[in-house]
Design a binder for this molecule. Structure first.
Ligand code: TYM
Length: 326
């Protein structure tokens, strides 16, 4: 039998999974977990969440909620290993070893570091700066071949590749250089028209939310400001609702709303209602699975997954330690 490709990805434990997380990453996780030719590891990045200083109780609840959403998204925990990052201490040790082959300048120049420092100017901790090294340890520890992520994580993935290459250059070809998964990674815009959909900006909706709750955020969502009146034509390319349609709606609906928007043949409310219908249909199985899940199933999956992830990482850590003279 040929060796299975190792797939790894994590989601930060900072709140429930939103539509962007699902389309950019978690939907691929679910599909990959059912692929016989892949060996999958999916984690909840609770250590990374500490960089934004969540309340301890909130962090614990959030970690569990993300794990729950993973299962609701359709990941099969028998086939894929689901784990909390903090339950795999080997990753933290590898992190420190890798800090020594990481250029401080590269960390300081990171766009995410600059954005996060501006966002929380009163808490520019070293965790924010070193964030990409921990992410590299997450990836390089299990010797991942494929790392399915959304567009916003590509720069971090590139840093992980650089760190692996720098390590290999100094200590020998020990670490595998990972690849992304999709040819073109996805970016789902936020409903406020200000950037990507993001947990911290509260500009999206959860994948297990009810249609009523989704409508509460969809109805007031930002649209092309040129459409002040129903009779004003607009441009779906600059409207987040128009862009999201392209990811979730069938081609006939995309055609209807794009032509309708450009000719003022359809109003923004109708366009949003069509989106609500399609999103509801897309997420119906997720919501159903979420309702059927109990805490014991989540805890069980996490326990088994952490044991498998640790086993996978231990040999890498052993060879890295040895190569470094420890
Ligand atoms: P996080 O928690 O911000 O996001 C989790 C996954 O969802 C994707 N994503 C999006 N995709 C499309 N459109 C969006 N608006 C959108 N928002 C988020 C992200 O690209 C990601 O794939 N640093 C990572 C977590 C991490 C990790 C890792 C990922 C820690 N270690 C190792 C991969 C491998 C993060 O903060 O993702």
């Amino acid at each position: 039998m040929t060796e299975r490709k190792v797939v790894l990805s994590l989601v930060r434990a900072t709140g429930r999974l939103h539509l962007g997380n699902y389309l950019g990453a978690a939907r691929d996780f679910a599909e990959l977990s059912r692929d016989e030719t892949k060996e999958c590891y999916f984690g909840v990045a609770d250590l990374h969440a500490l960089t934004t200083l969540p309340d301890p109780q909130e962090l614990a609840a959030s970690s569990r909620a993300v794990a729950r959403d993973y299962l609701a998204a359709g990941i099969d925990p028998e086939r894929a290993s689901l784990f909390l990052q903090s339950a795999v201490p080997e990753t933290s040790e590898l992190f420190w070893l890798l800090t020594n082959v990481t250029a401080a300048g590269e960390l300081q120049r990171s766009k995410t570091f600059k954005e996060m420092s501006a966002k929380q100017a009163d808490n520019v901790n070293a965790g924010l700066l070193n964030y990409p090294i921990l992410m590299a340890a997450d990836i390089l520890g299990p010797e991942a071949d494929l790392v399915p992520v959304g567009e916003d994580q590509l720069a971090h993935l590139e840093m992980a590749r650089n760190i692996a290459q720098r390590f290999n250059h100094r200590y020998g070809e020990l670490l595998k250089t990972p690849e992304g998964y999709r040819k073109k990674a996805i970016r789902i815009p936020g409903l406020d028209g200000k950037g990507k959909m993001s947990k911290s900006d509260g500009n999206g909706f959860g994948i297990a939310d009810s249609p009523e709750d989704i409508w509460k955020v969809l109805q007031p969502a930002y649209t092309d400001p040129a459409r002040k009146r129903r009779t004003d034509p607009g441009n779906p390319e600059i409207c987040p609702i128009g862009q999201i349609h392209r990811f979730v709606s069938p081609p006939a609906d995309v055609e209807t709303i794009e032509t309708g928007c450009r000719t003022a043949g359809i109003g923004c409310v109708d366009c949003k209602k069509i989106l609500l219908g399609n999103v509801t249909e897309l997420l119906a199985p997720v919501r159903e699975r979420a309702q059927a899940l109990d805490d014991a199933a989540v805890d069980d999956a996490l326990r088994q997954g952490a044991a498998r992830a640790r086993k996978r990482i231990q040999p890498t850590l052993a060879k890295v330690r040895k190569a470094m003279g420890l």
